[in-house]
Design a protein around this ligand. Structure first.
Ligand SMILES: [Zn+2]
Length: 675
């Protein structure tokens, strides 16, 4: 069995062509057993040291990691019913295994011994970080608590996972339960043809006449943006805002209150003041005070700009439609109209300048100019689909750096969106610097018989974004694999990706690749100016909106739950400073705020803005000396990209920049401060 299973024979590259779906389960089972033996060996040591305990723990389960990476990556990029089924079956095995490690008292004892004698081991900063990381992962999971408190903690964790699941199921049920049925096209002026088409298809599937709109984003968002019928916009917006807040079985008010109460209790049990304090211990931002100061500072700068934009929008709506008072259901609609009037920047106008192959060559060239990398397409690497491209990456001294997979076009088995992932992480052994295998997966439109694949500007920035993550992976140069590349705190992980997007707005960079696919003519300067201006359109209002979510999230996770009675009143008070339109009393955002009550963004919503501040400030360093300045690029590479999570992000950042990030660069770029 083992001999015939390519996953159980040592492999350097994922052996896609030899893989059968039935190989995964036995391979994962056996890899888990192997990992258990490795953990066992650690606990058998009489004299725990950094090497035999912490470094060994970091390396334990390496085979399991590589096999699971293949399975989970395939499940996202090239899945089918069998793969989905296997993924569902093995996921509990993996979480049980993780749980066994985290509750292994002998193992924690060994880790703790090393931690308590850490000064005697003469550790370098990366080793200290690794030790801290492993020690804390136990402690944050209750390893230092007595048995009673540990039991209490498990009970809280179990309740929380049930409640988050319920929260999500309720939002989903509410989203799916609602439909807006419109019989006549005459009521739907303004909606683009493709939106109408999907709505007509939906109606047809239910044997109904006319059009059906739903609360799912692909239906809801364009409806609010384009539908001229204000009454219908109001109906749909109110339905959207009622999710989880109606008098029915899907009401989430009590669940919200229970979740924040349990999170608070758990934080207290572990010795933290609040859930936010617990979460932020492992973030670049570090403390609730830092996050709130950060949000307040941006708020004070964005509020005047937002008010001005809102007044302009109000006047515009008054002029064209005699709207006296903009409401919640008007903002997206008039903002879109005003944007079109001001910029008239059509996707179709820009697409001919961005054929996919030129954009790829462009991003490779930029990586070459900045970091000395070169990309050579190779055919002899096993792929999971014929459309995948494979490259070998070398540095300027012809040292091999990474394997790069690029998978650009949509397929039935691929999920939506774009992402970067790894098939192998970088790390060092005594003998060798093991190089990573990095992949980006996107959903760009395919070439046709008459046209190459032409990207929208949004797709161009997406490609640069994912490629920025990929550089973080490719250039990793750390000792331990759990600290390499993008394995960093999550309010730091978007710096390399968002930073690279900045080159898409620079004429000097665009001239390298943005040429008309027929005439070869470079993109006109006036288009570039328009792209920049359009990107900043309504930036004040957008910022205020993001800040309002960040402030609400922080309010939920820093307040003593005893002080919270009504979900709606609590939310209304938190929104008050950032509110531009009237509150709608039958609507509530918190009861459908899945980011923080279902997913993992609790006390983390601020990270979106945080990352923008970082990338704008970092790009300013480039702009000051030229966007291809090799000294600046070298500093970014050595202090950030190569270092992964080996030290505190603020320390790394200051080494690159010479100072802490300053929000002014973002405010300037966004046009919220006069340059
Ligand atoms: Zn990203």
């Amino acid at each position: 069995m083992t001999q015939n299973n390519p996953l159980l024979n040592a492999f350097e590259m994922p052996p896609f062509s030899k893989l059968k779906t039935e190989h995964f389960k036995p391979a994962i089972k056996e890899a888990i057993e192997k990992a258990k033996r490795e953990i066992n060996e650690i606990t058998q040591q009489n004299n725990p040291t950094f090497e035999n305990t912490i470094a060994a723990l970091d390396h334990a389960g390496y085979d399991l990691e590589r096999i699971s990476q293949i399975l989970f990556n395939l499940n996202s990029a090239e899945t089918n019913e069998d793969i989905q089924q296997i993924t569902q079956e093995v996921s509990p095995w993996l979480s049980d295994f993780q749980n066994d490690i985290m509750t292994n008292a002998e193992l924690f004892e060994a880790v703790k011994q090393v931690y308590e004698q850490k000064d005697s081991f003469n550790l370098n900063p990366e080793q200290q970080t690794l030790l801290d990381k492993h020690y804390k992962s136990f402690v944050r999971n209750g390893a230092n608590l007595n048995k009673d408190k540990q039991a209490k903690l498990r009970e809280i964790d179990n309740k929380l996972s049930t409640l988050s699941l319920q929260f999500g199921q309720h939002v989903l049920a509410e989203t799916n339960a609602y439909q807006l049925h419109v019989e006549h096209k005459s009521e739907l002026k303004g909606l683009p043809e493709n939106v109408l088409e999907s709505a007509a298809d939906l109606a047809k599937n239910q044997d109904k006449k006319g059009y059906i709109f739903t609360l799912q984003y692909p239906s809801y968002v364009p409806f609010m943006k384009y539908c001229e019928n204000r009454k219908l916009r109001k109906i749909l917006a109110l339905a959207f805002g009622k999710r989880g807040f109606q008098n029915n079985d899907n009401n989430n008010e009590e669940i919200v209150k229970s979740i924040v109460k349990l999170r608070y209790e758990r934080a207290q049990l572990l010795g933290f003041k609040s859930h936010a304090e617990y979460i932020l211990e492992e973030r670049m931002a570090k403390s609730p005070k830092n996050v709130n100061d950060f949000l307040d500072d941006l708020f004070s700068k964005a509020k005047p700009a937002a008010q001005k934009e809102f007044d302009e929008l109000s006047q515009f709506a008054q002029e064209i439609d005699q709207i006296d008072q903009l409401q919640k259901w008007d903002i997206a609609f008039y903002a879109e109209k005003l944007k079109q009037q001001k910029f008239n920047l059509d996707d179709e106008l820009l697409k001919p300048y961005f054929p996919l192959n030129q954009v790829i060559d462009g991003v490779f060239l930029i990586a070459h100019k900045l970091y000395g990398l070169s990309f050579k397409e190779v055919e002899n690497i096993d792929k999971y689909h014929k459309d995948v491209k494979t490259y070998k990456v070398h540095d300027e001294h012809q040292n091999f750096k990474a394997i790069f997979y690029a998978d650009f076009h949509p397929r039935a088995g691929k999920r939506d969106g774009a992402w970067m992932t790894l098939y192998k992480n970088q790390f060092k052994t005594k003998a060798k610097n093991e190089r990573p295998q990095v992949s980006i997966v996107c959903n760009f439109s395919k070439p046709t018989k008459t046209q190459p694949s032409l990207l929208t500007f949004n797709e161009v920035t997406t490609l640069f974004h994912e490629f920025g993550h990929a550089l973080h992976g490719m250039l990793g140069n750390t000792q331990y694999r759990s600290l390499s590349g993008p394995s960093v705190y999550w309010d730091f992980v978007e710096l390399p990706s968002q930073l690279l997007e900045n080159w898409c707005y620079e004429k000097e960079a665009l001239d390298l690749f943005a040429k008309h696919y027929k005439s070869g003519e470079p993109i006109p300067a006036k288009y570039v100016e328009q792209i920049k201006a359009a990107a900043n359109f309504n930036e004040g209002m957008q910022t205020l909106r993001q800040l309002s979510f960040g402030l609400l999230d922080m309010a939920w996770h820093t307040t003593n739950p005893k002080e919270i009675e009504s979900v709606k009143d609590f939310e209304k008070a938190a929104f008050e400073p950032t509110r531009l339109v009237d509150d709608v009393k039958e609507n509530c955002m918190s009861t459908a705020f899945s980011h923080i009550f279902q997913g993992g963004y609790s006390a983390g919503y601020y990270s979106y803005k945080w990352a923008e501040v970082l990338d704008a400030d970092a790009f300013e360093a480039f702009k000051n000396k030229g966007i291809f300045d090799t000294e600046t690029a070298k500093a970014f590479k050595t202090h950030i990209l190569e270092k992964g999570g080996t030290e505190e992000p603020m320390i790394l950042y200051k080494r690159f920049r010479g100072q802490e990030p300053n929000p002014e660069a973002l405010l300037k770029r966004a046009g919220l401060l006069k340059p």
